[in-house]
Design a protein around this ligand. Structure first.
Ligand code: FES
Ligand code: FES
Length: 130
């Protein structure tokens, strides 16, 4: 694991960005990692088809929390149409550590993205479809 990215993960896990609740979310979505039972709750305030604000709460491993933190930074202020296109590869690139061949950790990393997609599309998404 590259040290710079490892530092980034630990830093985001310790000091997650956009952590907490919105006063008036328009979309709320919770997803659970079936492998460990950890959860992420994502709240979006969508105004005029733009993600005006975002918060998350959750409990889980460092990767799941850091990934959620990085995801909220990436989508804040973005048009919904753009956020819908945000892919698994986009998120993994931001995370920056190789997880593609580690299915357990991949599920941790993708938990927040799953919540985002399910929230934006209003349906459940399998990891393969993200
Ligand atoms: Fe999720 Fe270790 S990081 S199982
Ligand atoms: Fe539960 Fe990573 S070990 S989300």
């Amino acid at each position: 694991m590259d040290d710079i990215y490892r530092e980034q993960i630990l830093e985001h896990a310790r000091h997650p960005r956009n952590y907490g609740h919105l006063p008036a979310p328009t979309v709320i979505r919770e997803e659970r990692n079936p492998l460990c039972g950890d959860q992420i709750r994502l709240e979006l305030a969508i105004v005029d088809d733009v993600i005006a604000d975002v918060r998350f709460t959750g409990r889980g491993c460092a990767i799941s929390q850091a990934s959620a933190s990085l995801l909220t930074e990436a989508i804040k202020g973005k048009p919904v149409a753009e956020a819908k296109q945000f892919s698994k590869d986009d998120l993994l690139e931001i995370i920056g550590i190789p997880l593609a061949h580690n299915p357990t950790r991949l599920k941790c990393a993708l938990l927040s993205l799953k919540a985002l997609k399910a929230g934006l599309y209003g349906v459940g998404q399998e990891d393969e479809d993200i």
